[in-house]
Write a protein that binds this ligand. Structure first.
Ligand SMILES: Nc1ncnc2c1ncn2[C@@H]1O[C@H](COP(=O)(O)OP(=O)(O)OP(=O)(O)O)[C@@H](O)[C@H]1O
Ligand SMILES: [Mg+2]
Length: 296
């Protein structure tokens, strides 16, 4: 009989250290990924935030390893049960881990560090201008500006020799679905660009009671419920006038020649400013309609 234990071992991710939760199968899939970019996204309560912490903790035995975990605001980071608070509850029993409460940096016995940060204001990214990380994690990444996300790639690097050279460079994120740049980057363009997307489902998390949570989710708005309960990235309120899916998109070269064209231009001037809850509001859009009288 074939011995599969080698393959099984090979498929296991590097175990996160100082972590009291045993990764679920989906979390292991996320932890096993060595690709530059990966998103754990979908239903609420699927274990995404824990998975980000676990991923940051995978290489803390490597001297000088440096990881950073972001949320959009400091308040989001520090709320009870949120990322930083959960991390501190995980590591508080280890005296050998030193926590600096003013810089939000945890230093491990190996000298590895995990930092917590936020990217709330437009210039916050500049605070990380001269830093260097091997792991960058962003929780609720759909609340973070695309510019900040992309800028942080410039902070991902490592030396070319020594133990740190063996550590993969990883940009990791987690989020509930939202119809913004994250959906475009991972769900639409992810596969062709080798960006890994691991879908999150409530039933995958061994640490949560899915039945009572599902009952609670019945109370929320139907679109938000589609996102949070089913991890649906395409749940959007369709306009009441027409369904955009009903249009057939053609190439500019396929536009026919008009015999007696009449043009109608209409502008929808977007006025909503980007905000925390709506970081990527609609753009101003213009429609140029052509009515060809010569056809009739
Ligand atoms: N592998 C695990 N074993 C035990 N408990 C877990 C595990 N993964 C996550 N949990 C616990 O389950 C709860 C929900 O997990 P988590 O907050 O990571 O989910 P989430 O997908 O980030 O949720 P949300 O969509 O609300 O942000 C937390 O209390 C967390 O500590
Ligand atoms: Mg979370």
């Amino acid at each position: 009989m074939k011995d599969w234990s080698d393959i099984y071992e090979f498929l296991q991710p590097i175990e996160p250290m100082f972590c009291p939760e045993t990764p679920s199968l989906t979390q292991k899939t996320y932890l096993r990924s060595l690709s530059l970019e990966a998103l754990f996204g979908g239903a609420a309560g699927g274990g995404k935030s824990s998975a980000l912490l676990m991923a940051a903790l995978q290489y803390v035995d490597v001297p000088n390893y440096s990881a950073i975990l972001f949320r959009r605001t400091y308040a989001d980071l520090a709320l009870p049960g949120a990322l930083m608070d959960r991390f501190l509850s995980w590591v508080k029993e280890y005296d050998e881990i030193h926590w600096n409460g003013s810089t939000y940096v945890a230093t491990f016995p190996s000298s590895a560090r995990i930092t917590f940060g936020y990217l709330n204001n437009q210039n916050d990214y500049l605070r990380y201008k001269s830093s260097e990380f091997q792991f960058i994690g962003m929780d609720e990444v759909t609340e973070i500006r695309e510019f900040d996300y992309r800028y942080m790639f410039s902070r991902l690097r490592k030396p070319n020799s020594g133990a740190l050279a063996q550590v993969p460079l990883r940009m990791r994120s987690a989020s509930n679905p939202a119809p913004n740049w994250v959906r475009q980057r991972f769900i639409v363009e992810g596969a062709e660009n080798k960006r890994i997307f691991v879908p999150s489902f409530l039933d995958d998390n061994p640490g949560i009671d899915p039945e009572s949570y599902r009952r609670a989710l019945q109370e929320i708005d139907p679109i938000e419920r589609q996102r949070l309960e089913n991890g649906d990235w395409w749940a959007v309120t369709t306009g009441s006038l027409f369904d955009r899916e009903a249009f057939i998109i053609i190439e500019p070269s396929d536009i026919p020649e008009f015999k007696q064209p009449q043009y109608i231009r209409f502008w929808d001037l977007a006025a909503t400013e980007p905000s925390h809850v709506n970081p990527d509001p609609d753009w101003t859009v213009g429609v140029l309609g052509v009515f060809d009288q010569g056809v009739f």
